[in-house]
Ligand binder design. Structure first.
Ligand code: SF4
Length: 470
């Protein structure tokens, strides 16, 4: 995936395990497989039954735990986190899991998603005397739990969760139990599995494969799992649920070997490509995909169109993250460093270039230019999702209309701006049919807000104020 240069960034991945003697090591491998969901920071908190210990830092998982740091963590339960930091934000204090100590025990939190009422809750908490240590949304939950008047910890958690709005997959760990909560819309993926007798939870099922765990099921929207030495127990903290998993998880974010609600991500992408070929055929010689996330869709397009699929673009896997700079000119340089056209494949050919989305348009323009410089006769761009016209407030790093080229320009205008010979996006119904979820309703249990502007939750006036998401 080209997360660093596409202007579309995922906001974290979580992994947890309860009841395994090597919980920290297993969590390390789990986080490693979720690295695509965030490369700016990583951490693990372990419980030995009496206390919580934490190692975390900025950087990739293998950088954070280099030098024997993993050996500092002992215990039979752990939660871990990888994060993507928003521009200008970040810093060590926001790296998760967050760990809070009090007279009555400790709480560790790991969060994937973004709360839309975080700012409102922060004002309220500060007005009541709380001092927030981070700019992260996640800390809000710890304060709400602590302030809740219910005597039992699980009721405090349920009460606190009921006050949150937006997207959240939370792992909450104390010395004696782990809790797992998914927001009432189930906006982010979260799966449950088993490794021997240990329960495991992860943002994506690819984490189960790497550790040899068996997938049990996806966590339900509004569900609270309570896992301790007595086993697993499921409760509901909200009965007002309406499934709306992020469509972009299927289209772009998740790893192709992950399954979301029983649908394999690679298969979904291939079907998106086939549907795109049905909806927007073109006379061409070869089909190529923008690596890595668009390759499955390109294979599907080629298969349906009966055209050869070729590697017309190669990703340079050894470019350090430091090459990626936020300014426009350096972003363009970043594209060049990361991708190379294969002259022998595209020279003199009419190329269909399949991509999964267009955000700012900068990257598409540069890739098309590279393909033409390499001798492509024509470049026909096919996008395996509808035009992204609206910002995401649920944990994806597009929070203003200005960042989205499709919010202010027609398809023909975008075509001219990126320099393509033709351009087509997938239709909304075509996208839903191709992914093929079995849920009823207009959106088949998917969030489509960045395409349609119909948000599955309330959006608060200060939702877009700068704050650290995860
Ligand atoms: S608005 Fe778009 S990116 Fe955000 S959660 Fe919904 S589908 Fe995903």
């Amino acid at each position: 995936m080209l997360t660093e240069i596409r202007g579309l960034n995922e906001e974290c991945g979580v992994f947890g395990i309860w009841g395994h003697p090597e919980s920290a090591q297993v969590t390390y491998y789990g986080l490693h497989s979720l690295q695509h969901r965030g490369q700016e920071g990583a951490g693990i908190v372990v419980s030995d039954g009496e206390k919580l210990s934490c190692v975390k830092g900025e950087g990739l998982v293998n950088e954070v735990f280099a030098g024997g740091k993993l050996q500092e963590l002992h215990g039979r339960a752990a939660i871990g986190h990888v994060r993507y930091a928003t521009a200008g934000g970040g810093g060590f204090e926001n790296v998760q899991p967050l760990l809070f100590h009090s007279q009555t025990g400790s709480i560790a939190l790991a969060h994937n998603g973004n709360l839309v009422n975080a700012n409102a809750l922060k004002y309220q908490l500060e007005g009541q005397g709380s001092i927030l240590q981070t700019s992260s949304d996640t800390e809000v939950l710890a304060h709400l739990i602590k302030r809740s008047g219910y005597p039992l910890f699980k009721d405090k958690v349920k009460n606190a969760l009921s006050l949150l709005k937006g997207a959240y997959a939370f792992l909450i760990m104390t010395e004696t139990e782990m809790m797992v909560a998914l927001d009432p819309n189930g906006l982010r993926p979260l799966s449950l599995g088993m490794l021997g007798d240990a329960y495991v939870v992860a943002s994506e099922t690819c984490a189960f494969d790497i550790i040899g765990a068996t997938y049990l099921r996806d966590v339900e929207p509004g569900e609270l799992l309570i896992i301790n030495d007595e086993g697993l127990h499921s409760e509901r903290f909200s009965l007002h649920t309406q499934r709306a998993i992020c469509s972009m998880e299927y289209i772009y974010f998740s790893r192709p070997d992950s399954n979301i609600n029983g649908i394999n991500v690679h298969t979904a992408r291939k079907n998106l490509g086939k549907q795109l070929a049905m909806e927007a055929p073109v006379d061409a010689d070869v089909v190529t995909g923008v690596p890595d996330s668009s390759i499955s869709a390109a294979i599907g397009y080629a298969e349906w169109a009966e055209l050869p699929y070729e590697l017309g673009l190669i990703k340079n896997r050894y470019v350090g993250r430091t090459f990626i700079q936020p300014s426009q000119s350096l972003r363009e340089q970043g594209v060049k460093m990361k991708l190379s056209p294969v002259r022998g494949v595209v020279e003199g050919k009419r190329v269909v270039m399949v991509d999964d989305s267009i955000v700012r348009g900068t990257t598409s323009r540069r890739i098309i230019q590279m393909l033409k410089e390499a001798g492509a006769k024509e470049v026909h761009v096919r996008i395996s999702s509808p035009p992204m016209k609206n910002p995401c407030f649920y944990g994806i790093d597009t929070s203003t209309h200005e960042e989205l080229i499709a919010s202010a320009h027609s398809v023909e205008e975008i075509r001219q701006m990126i320099g393509a010979d033709s351009l087509a996006f997938l239709s909304e119904t075509g996208m839903l049919d191709a992914i093929g979820r079995s849920y009823d309703g207009e959106t088949r249990g998917q969030c489509m807000a960045c395409f349609t502007g119909k948000y599955p939750t309330e959006i608060y006036p200060d939702t877009v104020l700068p704050h650290e998401k995860c």
